[in-house]
Design a protein around this ligand. Structure first.
Ligand SMILES: [Ca+2]
Length: 611
């Protein structure tokens, strides 16, 4: 049932501009002891937060990024990498060294700014860890999706692999460098810059027995049980393979510019735009030409034509060879066992076909964009996403939130501005019960809150809480025709001398009012996505780039800076959670003030970010 406007709605009353709302916000003030019942984390959590804060400060001070560490450190595992980064930071930042407890390295320290470039999905029905992209992974230039494992090629020519290792397919050979291309199925292939090929993993049919005299290779492909190499002279070499001839390219095959391999069949793209197939598979459609790229799956094949359309043929038992009507603008394709992927020129991905029910294989994750490359595995997918696309924090509306511990500088008794990108994902749009986007404190349990933003009953409500009374300005989103399913940027500024509160949406002023009194603030955490432990009011949706300032920002300043991320500290910026981590449960404070937030209740980082 969809709620309608109400005068009182549990958390707030109908919020006419500037009206105090004492009669509706909390019928009975709670005892002070309840206010202390918020989750403040264990001693271990505190230690981890301290370490995270230390890292954030160290990185801010040096301008140093974990990215540079990753580029010079072999893939030795997440915990050790983080420990190493801590050691290096301690060695380079003497002023912060004393802040790092000696025991910190033994715990899983989350680096402050790492970002993964790789998005994985579709593992629900076939999960061997191949979708668990390493949190520290960065500087990725190519991805390969195998049977049950994943590989990433980094800009420094090294390879990272994760997922199933039952055939040692993720055991990247020690010292492997200079790689310029990778391929995977149940085994792994790496093409080095010198034209040689390295193979490891399942060798049931000799698929990792690279011919001793193989050289001058320009491209590689991994079939299910065999391997292909394209040589500079346009010929193709095959090895491994079961008994059906996948390992035997047609006699005289030449002029090849691209190859791909599937279960037992292969395709070669020739320089004249035609395609040659061999092995156990379906023949190439008559008259196919104008092809610029090819992809081979379990039993089906894809050809990308010069006009950006896709031709599919072969096994269509799960719709994998049925190209979505009207698909165009395609720049790359990839084929899994029973599904297909297409990358469009706008950076979005289209998927179709799947024998795994409800696996998500046949669609792209919500918000996936900025994609530069795709790879379809046996039953999962990888996408290489452009750096800078970032992440948001995704909240379920059922107990998920983020929280930063109390700090005196977050008690904004004077001027302040709070900002956030938000995307409401309640199915009723904005017309739901009140939920809280941001609040310092727990308004049902505590008489004071220096700032808060709530959303419900079609409107935004922002203000402060003073002596058990909410002082707010509201803005009717519904009446203004604001799209309830889109990302929006909200900023609220408060000038304490005049008690004037101004609301900005998308950088433009939409509401202003004078509040009745000031808040004495509190000693409670900052709650992101809920009102508090007692009050609840969990937001369902996504939040990004949450900022807290101790100044009343002007509209021109807000409009100029709300789209771009701020890089580091700024005058008046007290906290800034960008939620770009990509994994784990810690959100760095990029303001440099060490207000790291922790994700609780299943809150996750999402690739769905604001435009
Ligand atoms: Ca972000």
């Amino acid at each position: 049932m969809t709620p309608t406007n109400k005068q009182c709605a549990g958390e707030l009353a109908s919020a006419t501009t500037t009206s105090p709302l004492s009669t509706c916000s909390s019928a009975t003030p709670r005892s002070a002891s309840l206010a202390t019942a918020v989750q403040v984390g264990s001693t271990a959590d505190t230690g981890r937060r301290a370490a995270g804060a230390y890292l954030a400060q160290a990185i801010r001070m040096t301008g140093w990024r974990t990215r540079s560490l990753a580029a010079t450190t072999p893939p030795i595992g997440r915990v050790r990498l983080r420990w190493l980064s801590l050691v290096l930071l301690a060695a380079t930042v003497s002023t912060a060294a004393t802040a790092a407890p000696a025991s910190v390295g033994a715990t899983a320290v989350v680096a402050a700014i790492p970002m993964t470039d790789v998005v994985a999905w579709g593992c629900e029905q076939s999960n061997f860890g191949q979708c668990d992209v390493p949190v520290d992974l960065s500087d990725v230039t190519a991805v390969a999706a195998g049977g049950y494992h994943s590989m990433a090629l980094k800009g420094d020519g090294t390879v990272v692999a994760w997922g199933d290792n039952s055939a040692a397919e993720t055991n990247v050979p020690a010292g492997l460098t200079g790689v310029r291309a990778i391929a995977a199925h149940y085994h792994s292939l790496a093409l080095k810059g010198d034209g040689s090929v390295v193979a490891w993993g399942l060798n049931s049919y000799g698929q990792t027995n690279v011919p001793a005299d193989l050289s001058d290779v320009t491209a590689i492909a991994a079939g299910w049980f065999h391997s292909l190499a394209l040589k500079r002279d346009g010929t193709v070499i095959a090895w491994g393979g079961s008994e059906v001839g996948a390992q035997s390219p047609p006699a005289g095959l030449s002029g090849v510019i691209a190859i791909d391999a599937g279960s037992d069949h292969n395709l070669a793209l020739k320089s004249d735009g035609t395609v040659v197939a061999w092995g156990f598979g379906y023949p190439v459609p008559m008259g196919l030409n104008g092809v610029t790229a090819i992809a081979v799956g379990g039993g089906h094949s894809l050809a990308l034509k010069m006009d950006g359309t896709v031709v599919a043929w072969g096994d269509n038992s799960y719709g994998q060879a049925t190209v979505p009507p009207g698909l165009n603008g395609v720049v790359a394709t990839s084929a899994g066992a029973w599904h297909s992927l297409a990358l469009k020129s706008d950076g979005t991905v289209v998927a179709w076909g799947s024998h795994y029910v409800n696996s998500g294989l046949a669609s792209a994750p919500a918000g996936l964009r900025g994609v530069r490359a795709i790879a379809a595995g046996f039953g999962f997918n990888l996408a290489l996403v452009a750096l800078g696309s970032g992440r948001s924090v995704s909240l379920s509306g059922a107990g998920a939130y983020a929280q930063a511990r109390h700090s005196p500088d977050l008690n904004l008794a004077g001027d302040w501005t709070v900002e956030a990108w938000f995307k409401d994902e309640d199915p009723s749009g904005f017309n739901h019960e009140y939920v809280t986007l941001l609040n310092k404190g727990d308004r049902e349990a505590n008489p004071e809150a220096p700032f808060f933003i709530s959303l419900g009953y079609k409107r935004l409500v922002a203000g402060l809480r003073s002596n058990w009374t909410d002082q707010v300005v509201s803005y009717d989103l519904w009446a203004a025709g604001v799209d309830p399913q889109a990302w929006h940027h909200l900023a609220v500024s408060f000038a304490s001398s005049t008690r004037t509160l101004t609301v900005y949406l998308g950088g433009a002023q939409v509401a202003r009012g004078r509040l009745g009194s000031l808040s004495k603030s509190n000693a409670l955490p900052v709650e992101i996505g809920r009102n508090g432990a007692v009050s609840g009011k969990y937001f369902r949706g996504k939040l990004d780039d949450v900022r807290i300032w101790n100044v009343a920002r002007q509209g021109t300043d807000i409009a100029a800076t709300y789209r771009a991320q701020l890089d580091g500290s700024r005058p008046g910026l007290i906290a800034n959670w960008r939620f770009d981590e990509g994994g784990g449960t810690f959100a760095a404070d990029s303001s440099g003030n060490q207000h790291e937030a922790t994700l609780y209740g299943g809150a996750t980082f999402s690739i769905d970010v604001h435009p």
